[in-house]
Design a binder for this molecule. Sequence first.
Ligand SMILES: NC(=O)C1=CN([C@@H]2O[C@H](COP(=O)(O)OP(=O)(O)OC[C@H]3O[C@@H](n4cnc5c(N)ncnc54)[C@H](OP(=O)(O)O)[C@@H]3O)[C@@H](O)[C@H]2O)C=CC1
Ligand SMILES: N[C@@H](CCO)C(=O)O
Length: 428
Amino acid sequence: MKPLKIGLAGLGTVGVGVIRLLRENADAITARAGRPIEVVAITARDRNRDRGVDLSAMRWHDNAVSVANDPDIDIAVELIGGSEGSARDMVEAALSRGTPVVTANKALVAIHGNALNSIAIENNTVLMFEAAVAGGVPAIKLVREGLAADHLQSVGGILNGTCNYILTEMRATGRDFSDVLSEAQQKGYAEAEPSTDVDGWDTAHKLAILAGLAFSPLSFDTMPVHGIRDVTAIDLKFADELRYRIKLLGLARRGKNGEVEAWVRPCMVPASAPIAVVNGVFNAVTTQGDFSGPMTISGRGAGEGPTASAVVADLIDLARGASLPLWGTDTSPAPKSCVSLDTIESAFYLRVNVDDRSGVMAELTSVLRDHDVSVHFVSQHDAPENKAYLALVTHRVSEKSIRAASAALSELTSVRGAPLVLKIEDFQ
Ligand SMILES: NC(=O)C1=CN([C@@H]2O[C@H](COP(=O)(O)OP(=O)(O)OC[C@H]3O[C@@H](n4cnc5c(N)ncnc54)[C@H](OP(=O)(O)O)[C@@H]3O)[C@@H](O)[C@H]2O)C=CC1
Ligand SMILES: N[C@@H](CCO)C(=O)O
């Protein structure tokens, strides 16, 4: 059996994981792929670094484009990262030669997926990216293959393990965001530069890919993205009392006229929702289909083993002869803008820090009345120095109204700091 020959760029967490997995599970992989899969060419930044695996039988290249141009490889695997630079150059070079590409690079696929798909189609080849969304969870296969027959109404979920870990710890320990983030960084669970994760961009990349498959390619710059920095310990306490959990969600919905609503933000989800029990570093992907109904799958969204498992699954598919274009058509549809949040209606949670004295509630409710925000429920916790935390749950209102009301509340002398607005997402 002629082996399938792989050129691999990037020998970090995932790259080394791929080499280990191909070796440790070689017999099963050969049987499932119909032929052996062998890494024959490699590159990284530092040729001399000990990677903990034997690389002596592989050809070293000085850069990633040179791996892509190696005439002896059947598939190029890009595991460098980043939407520009060497990663993009390598993927474009390989696709332009008609060589299939497997990548775990969500930033690259989210931002340039449509253009890369065009290059792949022109050259009669494919771009595969199972590992780019939710690591070891087969999210791409779920949407592109398992649910291929259905019309999905929504797709998304908990797509960032770092944020889910931080929110889970905040709830379990009552500690604030910055405290839990510092500890996660010390333990190596969170990056030293945490912005991509905690400000929602990693989730946004993954959501753009899922929404592109389920609905239509999205113009990434038009997606509203908000991370978890403003969520405090008191919000998790209120959430528990209201029988909700706070999760960073990336969610995309099909509108009535084909428009796509897609956003990333912390939301209140009912404690009984399948996604509410997905804790720690775990990810979850949730869909709602006309025929398939609601579905949620969860698992490890990162790490050497889970991510390598998804990369090698793509290699096995290619060995078996898979050749599905990125968006399942033979053309690349033009990217669509996401609809403005102003047009969305929902119930909201509103937390306001106030002076605890008579008349304050009347001031607050008059602002809400003036913005046509109707209140369903109110709760209060005392805070030090004659202050109080107030949590209000609204009836369904437009997002435009609740944002305007929140801005007006922050102008009141009795209100301390900016109120927090969280969408209540009931997945309906
Ligand atoms: N880690 C995870 O759990 C997950 C990662 N991913 C994605 O997988 C990809 C790889 O991630 P990960 O393995 O964690 O990253 P690492 O930072 O661990 O590894 C990156 C590798 O790329 C090499 N590299 C960097 N720049 C270049 C360059 N210009 N040319 C050639 N090689 C270069 C590095 O070389 P050197 O080692 O010599 O410095 C290193 O080996 C990313 O796109 C990431 O988003 C997706 C899901 C989960
Ligand atoms: N940084 C990501 C893992 C890679 O996708 C996370 O925290 O989930």
